[in-house]
Design a protein around this ligand. Structure first.
Ligand code: CA
Length: 225
């Protein structure tokens, strides 16, 4: 797996490169907008870590161009700007994830792995658990032939649980992965309860072979019935 770090802060770029190389990734770096565009024109990467504020341009323009060219690189934005607008713009443009500086290297490693894991499942488009099938391309969920008619968030939630079968999923992780919000900005997790309630009802009503159980005070876990 090959990564490109687009980051003008040399020290940070070095730290990231070192840490990700230890995780067995092949790591390349670009310290400015032009170098990044040059590299992206020539090479392919599995995942790009993208700083928004570059000395000679805006990282979001790089992302925009990648998407316009139909490139399949996964992009994780790493930005010092803790602005909701930038974040939404980035996710809107198709970024896979967003981390606000400063962040823990371990957190970044985890996010990169999660993004790449999602990429691997993309190849086959279908995720299965019990009698439940998720079509990632069509964004539809089925129990046998019954379409669960999930809304966008419900689908994203279920997708996340199927990528983490039987594992504990904390509310924080779920919020970050489905809503892309950073924890500081969420006063409470009522929005999760609401979506989970509806999702569980749809699973029950359609005789799904899985359920999502609460782990008191922590989060949820998907289990096969
Ligand atoms: Ca910067």
């Amino acid at each position: 797996m090959k990564l490109l770090i687009i980051e003008d802060e040399k020290e940070l770029a070095g730290l990231l490169a070192e840490s990700l190389a230890r995780e067995q990734f092949v790591v390349e770096s670009a310290g400015d907008f032009d170098t990044a565009m040059e590299k992206l024109g020539v090479y392919n990467y599995d995942c790009i870590l993208l700083d928004i504020g570059l000395p000679d341009g805006n990282g979001l323009d790089i992302l925009r161009q990648l998407k316009e060219e139909g490139k399949s690189e996964n992009v994780i934005i790493i930005s010092a700007r803790d602005s909701l607008d930038d974040k939404l713009a980035g996710l809107d443009l198709g970024a896979d994830d967003y981390l606000t500086k400063p962040f823990h290297i371990a957190e970044l490693n985890a996010r990169v792995k999660a993004v790449l894991r999602r990429k691997e499942t993309d190849g086959k488009h279908l995720l299965e658990f019990g009698n439940l099938t998720l079509d990632l391309k069509e964004r539809q969920a089925f129990v046998k032939d019954n379409n669960l008619q999930l809304n966008r968030k419900e689908f994203d939630i279920l997708n996340y649980f199927l990528l983490n079968k039987t594992r504990l999923v904390t509310k924080t992780a779920l919020a970050e992965h489905v809503w892309g919000d950073n924890i500081d900005q969420a006063d409470n997790f009522d929005f999760i309860y609401y979506q989970m309630k509806n999702l569980r009802k749809k699973l029950r009503d359609n005789d799904a072979g899985i359920e999502i159980e609460s782990v008191y005070g922590v989060g949820y876990r998907s289990i096969e019935k």
